[in-house]
Design a protein around this ligand. Structure first.
Ligand SMILES: *Cc1c(COP(=O)(O)O)cnc(C)c1O
Length: 341
């Protein structure tokens, strides 16, 4: 297979159409067989459920080339399960988890020419999603749905090293208690756009959202979970029913415990205690871990001892171990790496 002529190191995180995408439709209470298509466009009725009442959920994952030349996907079964949980919360039919994993493998394989080579730092981003497709005007769930998965090559997240970022404590809320913060739905992002545009205008890279009920506890950013490291080397992550259960974060906790012998703790984290941590990072598929150097809370600066020049030592170790597992330098736990080709 001939790779596409793309300057892998210079592409960013933008949509580059590839040849094939996977589509399956749900109608009369069942999913059809699904297939790959070259058509990147979707024609919908003007009254489609997704357009009126935002009934849509998605996932985000990556395929990449390992050192020995295989194309692999990281823990797609976890995305399949989370996607099913998201669908159930929005009264959408579940796309069967085994079919989800198979669809991902099919679409990656069909676009193997777009999977960046080992060592480029780039990867193939995979975007599965589902939406209500038939006309809905009275408020209720749609009867028909479309599941799709497309891929797009994305460049290295950190160009020229992972520089710590500065974030702000947001005055906006991301998710309500008993709301939809724990599922991966576009609606959570729609409401965060004003907050992130505002933060960017003020010179911050991201927002730290607090719990909406008391505004005293750390939740997450718009698209990544927090991990903190205590001064004695324990890895702490916020526990809340309104944060999205990041697969990267859960994998990092496993790596911390089972590969690095670190203590881990998932618990409520108060904003007041953040100043006492030694390191802070944001976890998600896009960056794996982005180091946070500084958090600004209404003019009050919280500066981590790890500084603004490089990742803190524990976060660096976690980052290197997890990316080592993904790239095939370090043996992965059973079932973490799905070989596509
Ligand atoms: C997708 C997402 C994350 C990161 O999850 P991963 O599974 O690690 O990619 C974190 N927070 C939010 C709100 C998300 O949508």
């Amino acid at each position: 297979m001939e790779k596409k002529q793309i300057d892998w190191s210079s592409i960013g995180f933008g949509y580059i159409p590839t040849e094939k995408r996977y589509v399956s439709n749900y109608k009369d209470g069942k999913w059809d067989d699904g297939c790959l298509t070259e058509d990147a466009n979707i024609v919908l009725n003007e009254c489609a459920g997704v357009l009126q009442y935002s009934q849509s959920v998605f996932e985000g994952m990556k395929a990449y080339t390992t050192e020995d030349g295989r194309i692999v996907v990281f823990r797609p079964d976890m995305n399949a399960k989370r996607f099913a949980d998201s669908a159930r919360r929005l009264e959408m039919p579940v796309f069967p988890e085994d079919r989800f994993v198979d669809a991902i493998a099919q679409v990656v394989k069909a676009n193997a020419a777009y999977v960046p080579p080992y060592g480029s730092g780039a990867s193939l981003y995979i975007r599965p999603y589902m939406f209500g497709s038939n006309p809905v005007i009275g408020v209720k769930p749609a009867d028909e749905y479309q599941f799709r998965a497309f891929v797009t090559p994305v460049g290295p997240y950190f160009k020229g090293g992972a520089k710590p970022i500065t974030i702000k404590v947001s005055d906006f809320d991301r998710a309500a208690p008993h709301g939809t913060g724990h599922i991966k739905a576009g609606l959570n992002y729609a409401m965060s756009l004003h907050a992130i545009v505002t933060a960017h205008e003020e010179g911050y890279a991201e927002n730290m959202y607090l719990d909406a009920a008391t505004r005293t506890k750390v939740e997450e950013t718009g698209g990544a979970n927090f991990i903190f490291v205590t001064k004695d080397g324990k890895v702490v992550t916020p526990k809340s029913n309104s944060i999205l259960p990041s697969i990267t974060r859960r994998s990092i906790l496993y790596v911390a415990e089972h590969y690095l012998g670190l203590e881990t703790e998932e618990r409520e984290v108060y904003l007041d205690e953040v100043k006492d941590f030694a390191e802070c990072g944001l976890c998600g598929t896009a960056a794996v871990i982005s180091p946070v150097g500084k958090i600004v809370d209404h003019g009050k600066e919280i500066c981590f001892p790890s500084g603004m020049d490089e990742m803190g030592p524990v976060i660096k170790k976690l980052y290197e171990t997890l990316t080592g597992i993904q790239m095939g330098h370090i043996e992965a736990p059973e079932g973490w790496i799905q070989v596509v080709e």
